[in-house]
Ligand binder design. Structure first.
Ligand SMILES: C[S@@+](CC[C@H](N)C(=O)[O-])C[C@H]1O[C@@H](n2cnc3c(N)ncnc32)[C@H](O)[C@@H]1O
Length: 230
């Protein structure tokens, strides 16, 4: 994760959000070494064909942020704004870092984000963090197993972030698929690292006859991303 600098969040033009994201990423960075030691023995696999999620101990993640990186958050926000996404759905809230980026996009687009998390202590803290960022009005955190909670989505969906446990990407996607609008964008994190656990999803969305265009993106060289908003 890059060093936390307020400039990373300046484009959001909101001092409360900048302060909250700076605090949360600083806390997440403190877990960096335990993440490095956890994944070090598996590094060979992670950067090769990837790890099967079934080999992971879920309890290790009870207190872990495992957030999207700031440049991923930037990309999510910009994409959601470019789409004018009003109905945004997220699988995997954790402590609310990605939800803050999505809720800010929802606020600016006149919409809302529904995110879901099954660890009650994470839900409680995520709600507090989102409130601290001043975004409670734009984010609903549904507590419970996404395989149940997300059955209650009835509205057409513009934008999806799937960032829960990797082996659930395909079942959760299938649950949401009937409500996806034409032009909806679906982003899945951890494709590099846990690809074997989401191979069923990748095989499905990469078949043009299923109605999607999909590829893994790995932006390495800086590009300026601009949206005309007025
Ligand atoms: C990688 S973390 C999410 C990180 C978050 N998106 C962020 O960027 O801050 C994945 C989260 O998904 C949650 N999760 C995993 N399986 C779930 C399920 N079946 N239902 C709801 N939440 C789940 C985990 O408890 C964990 O907090």
């Amino acid at each position: 994760m890059p060093k936390v600098k307020p400039e990373l969040f300046a484009f959001l033009d909101d001092s409360k959000i900048e302060a909250t994201l700076s605090r949360l990423y600083t806390e997440a960075l403190k877990q960096g070494w335990s993440m490095v030691f956890h994944f070090l023995p598996k590094a060979f696999k992670m950067f090769g064909k990837g790890i099967d999620w079934k080999m992971e101990k879920e309890s290790f993640y009870d207190d872990k942020y495992i957030p999207i990186l700031p440049y991923q958050g930037t990309f999510l926000y910009m994409q959601a704004r470019a789409l004018n996404a009003k109905n945004i759905v997220e699988f995997g809230t954790s402590f609310g870092i990605s939800t803050i980026y999505l809720a800010k996009a929802a606020k600016d687009n006149g919409g809302k984000v529904i995110s879901t998390e099954y660890m009650p202590h994470k839900v409680k803290i995520a709600r507090q963090n989102i409130e601290e960022a001043g975004l409670s009005e734009y984010a609903d955190i549904w507590e419970g197993d996404a395989r149940e909670t997300l059955r209650n989505i009835n509205e057409p969906i513009d934008f999806v972030l799937l960032d829960g446990w990797p082996d659930l990407v395909f079942p959760i996607f299938k649950l949401l698929e009937p409500n996806l609008k034409k032009g909806a964008v679906i982003i899945v994190d951890d494709v590099q690292g846990f690809q074997p656990s989401m191979q069923d999803y990748l095989d499905y969305i990469r078949k043009p006859e299923n109605g999607y265009i999909s590829t893994t993106i790995r932006p390495k060289k800086a590009m300026e991303f601009t949206i005309k908003i007025s």
